[in-house]
Ligand binder design. Structure first.
Ligand code: ZN
Length: 268
């Protein structure tokens, strides 16, 4: 099996996880900037994190034969402080020149607050100005539907943003259609307990088709499974999906989206 893990928070994982992913057939891992589980107290904390994502984590991944890419941004959980967010956003252009950076992400909404929305707009503008791909985090549970609508409105209002260069992550049954109808890509996050279980994700694929959709584990410091993508691929095979259809979802689709960034190159 060959697959791409398009959304994983590897700074939270051990080298055992890297080894297991490599053994399972992972060709590349992509790491969006995220909340650390606690709020950083200054822009300097983000600066160090962006260095970790662009300098140190690629070296750790390379020890296991894995290509490491990242996305940069300030996540919605830390976007209540607009002044701090502006300082963090000002740091990003310098990092966009680094060779493993794919775009701006994960950005989005968490509680759908006014400040989160303002910071989202600032980062969409940053992506537009620098012609970057965008990876969006959508809120969970009861905030998801409203939050996804608000996010799609922000993206549609920016005429420089091309929908095929945006992936909206953590979609579920009630949000996947509006994302695909808007011409954007949809990501399904596979979690052992919350978000999409493998069975739910496969139900969604069987309902909405296999175009412009990818699967990811979003494994982080919480309860999550870095092998969720290959395990779901196995489940797809058990349910009668052909090998080519599985390969499309776990490799060809993410590769098609990600290679829109000139930095996304897989070893031959
Ligand atoms: Zn994430």
């Amino acid at each position: 099996m060959r697959y791409i893990e398009p959304h994983a928070h590897m700074v939270s994982r051990t080298t055992d996880d890297y080894e297991r992913m490599a053994l399972a057939g992972c060709a590349a891992v992509c790491e969006p900037a995220f909340w650390a589980g606690f709020d950083r107290s200054s822009a300097a904390g983000f600066h160090d994190y962006f260095c970790q994502l662009t300098e140190h984590e690629p070296k750790r991944a390379a020890k296991f034969g894995l290509q490491h890419f990242c996305w940069l941004g300030i996540n919605s959980k830390e976007a209540e402080d607009v002044k701090l967010a502006a300082e963090v956003i000002a740091l990003i252009p310098e990092f966009l020149k680094r060779p493993n950076v794919l775009g701006i992400g994960e950005i989005g909404l968490n509680k759908n607050s006014r400040n989160e929305l303002r910071v989202l707009e600032m980062q969409v503008e940053l992506a537009a100005t620098h012609d970057q791909l965008i990876l969006v985090h959508t809120p969970h549970l009861e905030d998801k539907l409203k939050g996804t609508r608000l996010i799609l409105d922000v993206l549609k209002n920016d005429r420089l943003i091309r929908p095929e260069r945006v992936i909206i992550d953590h979609v579920e049954e009630h949000t996947v259609e509006m994302v695909l109808d808007g011409g954007m890509w949809a990501g399904m996050t596979l979690y052992p307990e919350t978000k999409c279980t493998p069975a739910r994700a496969i139900d969604i694929l069987e309902t909405y088709g296999r175009e412009k959709i990818w699967l990811n584990s979003a494994c982080d410091w919480g309860v999550s499974d870095p092998l969720a993508v290959p395990k779901t691929a196995l489940e797809m095979k058990k349910r009668g999906h052909r090998a080519a259809a599985v390969e499309k979802i776990i490799f060809a689709n993410p590769e098609k989206f990600l290679r829109q960034s000139p930095n996304f190159k897989l070893p031959g």
